[in-house]
Design a protein around this ligand. Structure first.
Ligand code: GLU
Length: 446
C-alpha cells in the first residue's frame, strides 16, 4: 500500500480498533485506491482519504418504548450522516440486534460510494437500532418506530437526509416512521423512500434491489458471452432483496434452489419459481418469525438446520442476507463445487479473505455495485416526489436497467484504466470514490 494510503489506514485502525466492520470496509476501499492516489496527487494534497473516511456527523440517541406487557424497554439508535458532497445524505435504516455504531459507519461509508456509482445526486448515510423485530407485535413495532422518529425527525428532511428501509425495516416500518415525521413537522414531503404506493412511493422500489442485482449479474455474464438462462443459483436470506432476486432470476430462465434464514437453509430442487412460493417469502417476512423452516414445511422441500446454502453445487451464488455471511471456507466450497460467479448482493456480504480468494477463482462483484439498484430507485422516487408525479412501472424498470448497465460499465472501465482489468472490486471503489472526492475538492475544506 502506498505511504499516504497506508498511514491514513493505520490511523483509522488505531483510533477505531473496535469497529471491525468499518475497518474491513475502509481497508478494502483503500487497497483499491492505491493506483489512483499515485496517479493523481491532488487526492493526497487535499487529504481526501482522511476526510472521506470520517463521517460528517453522527447522531446517537436512546429509544425508550413500552412493550405489550407494559415493561419499559430501551434501545440504542444511530444516524450516521457520512458524506454530502454529491447530494443529501441517503441510505436505509436497519433494525437488527447486531447493530452498533461500527456497523452503521461501515454501511454509511459503503453507501457513499454506492450512491455515487448510481450517477444520481445522493450523498451517503445510514441509520438504525439494535431493536430486534423478531416476534414483536405490530403495536410494539409501531411504538418503537414512533419513538425512534420522535428524535430522528429533527435531523432529517427531503433536502438534508432521506432515509429508507434496510434489514428489519420494510414498507410497514417506513409507514410508521413517516407518519410520525409528518405529524411532528406538519409537512408532507419526500423525506423517506420506500413509501407505500398510494402515498408517494415509487413502483418497482420493493423489487429494485433484487431486480437490479440480476440485471447486474446479466451484464457480468454477458461480458463473458454467457447467459443466465439454464443456470442454477444459490440465494441466501428470504427477505425483500432475496425475493426480488429470486423472481427476476427465475424470469430470466435461471433456477433458484436455496433461500436461508437464521435457522438454516432450504434446498428446493424444483426451484423457488412459482408465484405461490414468492408470495410465501413475503408472508414469512411479514410473520416476524424469522424462520425459513416454514417454507420447507409448506412445500415439502429439504431443510438444513444451522447450515449455509454455500455447500450446494450451483453455477452462481448471490448472498442476499447480511455482512460477512460468506467466509473463506464457504468460498472454497462454492468453487470446489463448480460455482463460477459470485454476485454479492448484501452489503459486504463476503469476508475480506473470501473476497480475495473469490476474485481469483470466480467472477466476483461487490455489493456496492450489485445492490445499488435499490438506492437508485430510491433516487428515482425522490425525483418523482419533487415533480409531484408518479412514473409507470415500465418507465422505472427501464431506468433501473440502464443504471445497472452503466454501473457495470463504470466498474470495468475504471478497473481497466487503473491497471486492474476485470476486477469489479477495484473498479467499483475507484469509480465511486472519484466522483465524491472531486466534488469535495470543488467545495473546499468544509
Ligand atoms: N438499504 C438499502 C441499501 O443498502 C437502500 C437504501 C436507500 O434506498 O436509501 O442501499
Amino acid at each position: 500500500m502506498n505511504t499516504y494510503t497506508g498511514s491514513v489506514l493505520e490511523k483509522l485502525k488505531k483510533h477505531y480498533y473496535w469497529e471491525k466492520e468499518f475497518l474491513q470496509a475502509a481497508e478494502e476501499v483503500f487497497e483499491s485506491l492505491d493506483a489512483v492516489i499515485e496517479k493523481e496527487p491532488k487526492y493526497q494534497k487535499y487529504n481526501i482519504l482522511e476526510r472521506i473516511s470520517e463521517p460528517e456527523r453522527v447522531i446517537m440517541f436512546r429509544v425508550p418504548w413500552v412493550d405489550d406487557s407494559g415493561k419499559i424497554r430501551v434501545n440504542n439508535a444511530y444516524r450516521v450522516e457520512f458524506n454530502s458532497a454529491i447530494g443529501p445524505y441517503k441510505g436505509g435504516i436497519r433494525f437488527h440486534p447486531a447493530v452498533t455504531l461500527g456497523t452503521m459507519k461501515f454501511l454509511g461509508f459503503e453507501q457513499t460510494f454506492k450512491n455515487s456509482l448510481t450517477t444520481l445526486p445522493m450523498g451517503g448515510g445510514k441509520g438504525g437500532s439494535d431493536f430486534d423485530p423478531t416476534g414483536k407485535s405490530e403495536g410494539e413495532i409501531m411504538r418503537f418506530c414512533q419513538n425512534f422518529m420522535s428524535e430522528l425527525f429533527r435531523h432529517i428532511g427531503p433536502d438534508t437526509d432521506v432515509p429508507a428501509g434496510d434489514i428489519g425495516v420494510g414498507a410497514r416500518e417506513i409507514g410508521f416512521m413517516f407518519g410520525m415525521y409528518k405529524k411532528l413537522r406538519n409537512e408532507f414531503t419526500g423525506v423517506f423512500t420506500g413509501k407505500g404506493l398510494n402515498w408517494g412511493g415509487s413502483l418497482i422500489r420493493p423489487e429494485a434491489t433484487g431486480f437490479g442485482a440480476v440485471y447486474f449479474l446479466q451484464e457480468m455474464l454477458g461480458a463473458k458471452n454467457e447467459i443466465l438462462d439454464g443456470r442454477t443459483v444459490a440465494i441466501s436470506g428470504f427477505g425483500n432483496v432475496a425475493w426480488g432476486a429470486a423472481m427476476k432470476a427465475t424470469e430470466m430462465g435461471a433456477k433458484v434452489v436455496t433461500i436461508s434464514g437464521p435457522d438454516g437453509y432450504v434446498y428446493d430442487k424444483d426451484g423457488i419459481s412459482t408465484e405461490e412460493k414468492f408470495d410465501f417469502m413475503l408472508a414469512m417476512r411479514a410473520s416476524g418469525r424469522n424462520m425459513v423452516k416454514d417454507y420447507a414445511d409448506k412445500f415439502g422441500t429439504e431443510f438444513h438446520p444451522s447450515a449455509k446454502p454455500w455447500e450446494v453445487p450451483v453455477d452462481i451464488a448471490m448472498p442476499c442476507a447480511i455482512q460477512n455471511e460468506l467466509n473463506l471456507d464457504d468460498a472454497k466450497k462454492l468453487t470446489a463445487n463448480g460455482c463460477r460467479y459470485i454476485a454479492e448482493v448484501s452489503n459486504m456480504g463476503c469476508t475480506a479473505d473470501a473476497v480475495k480468494y473469490s476474485v481469483n477463482t470466480t467472477t466476483y462483484a461487490p455489493g456496492k455495485a450489485v445492490n445499488a439498484g435499490g438506492v437508485a430507485v430510491s433516487g428515482l422516487e425522490m425525483s418523482q416526489n419533487s415533480m409531484r408525479l408518479n412514473w409507470p412501472e415500465e418507465a422505472v424498470d427501464v431506468k433501473l436497467k440502464e443504471i445497472m448497465k452503466n454501473i457495470h460499465y463504470s466498474c470495468l472501465h475504471a478497473a481497466e484504466k487503473y491497471g486492474q482489468k476485470g476486477n469489479y472490486v477495484a473498479g467499483a471503489n475507484i469509480a465511486g470514490f472519484k466522483k465524491v472526492a472531486d466534488a469535495m475538492i470543488d467545495q473546499g475544506v468544509v
